[in-house]
Design a protein around this ligand. Structure first.
Ligand code: CO
Length: 210
């Protein structure tokens, strides 16, 4: 069997299994999606969003890119965020990085990786801002893992800086942004405990409140 045929066979078996477990499963999904969570994660194949948090189809809205970044000029990510916040009314946004992220590592290297170097450029800035802390870490692996954490923390802040999120807060919408880092080594998520629910932690220059 061709590799790709195997995927189609898997799909057929999965759809059959889901219908056996719940004959109304697909009909219910067709009717509507009402996820309470938006996941913004890395494209890495080892970090499957739904499986990591035990969510069924329909329960998690997902956006993934290399090194789970939120960039103010990325209309792909921002369109997902706007739809999730303004139409789906998600209550939680999970920014989920992972230890050993190849994208974060590539950003620390001096060699060229092609187009992705441009995408990863903001992570070089994160390294520069936290240069002293990172350089004080002895092991290369530990230093990279800390940069993965700092990247997530920065992306939580980047989300809070958007007009989309701040306008939602101004409308009185309940909306929390969380920063997590997933470990491929043990399958567990570490909460960075940087959850934001309002703009109070943002410097004044980032406020849109007039
Ligand atoms: Co990654």
């Amino acid at each position: 069997m061709q590799d790709i045929d195997k995927l189609l066979a898997n799909n057929h078996a999965w759809a059959t299994r889901m219908r056996e477990q719940d004959p109304t499963f697909f009909n219910n999904l067709v009717a509507q999606q009402s996820p309470e969570y938006l996941w913004i994660g890395c494209s890495d194949s080892r970090v499957p969003a739904n499986q990591v948090v035990g969510m069924a189809p329909g329960e998690l809205f997902v956006h993934r890119n290399v090194a789970n970044q939120v960039i103010q000029t990325d209309f792909n990510c921002l369109s997902v965020v706007q739809y999730a916040v303004e139409t789906l009314h998600v209550k939680h946004i999970l920014v989920v990085g992972h230890y050993g992220c190849g994208g974060v590592r590539a950003a620390t290297e001096s060699c060229s990786h092609g187009l992705v170097d441009h995408w990863l450029f903001p992570i070089k800035d994160i390294y520069r801002i936290h240069h002293d802390e990172l350089e004080s870490i002895g092991g290369a692996k530990e230093r990279l893992d800390r940069l993965c954490e700092l990247n997530v923390i920065e992306q939580v802040r980047n989300l809070a800086k958007t007009t989309i999120i701040q306008q939602a807060w101004d409308r009185g919408q309940e909306l929390a942004i969380h920063g997590w880092v997933y470990s491929i080594e043990d399958g567990l998520v570490r909460d960075m405990e940087v959850t934001v629910r309002d703009r109070a932690s943002l410097e004044r220059i980032y406020h849109f409140d007039e």
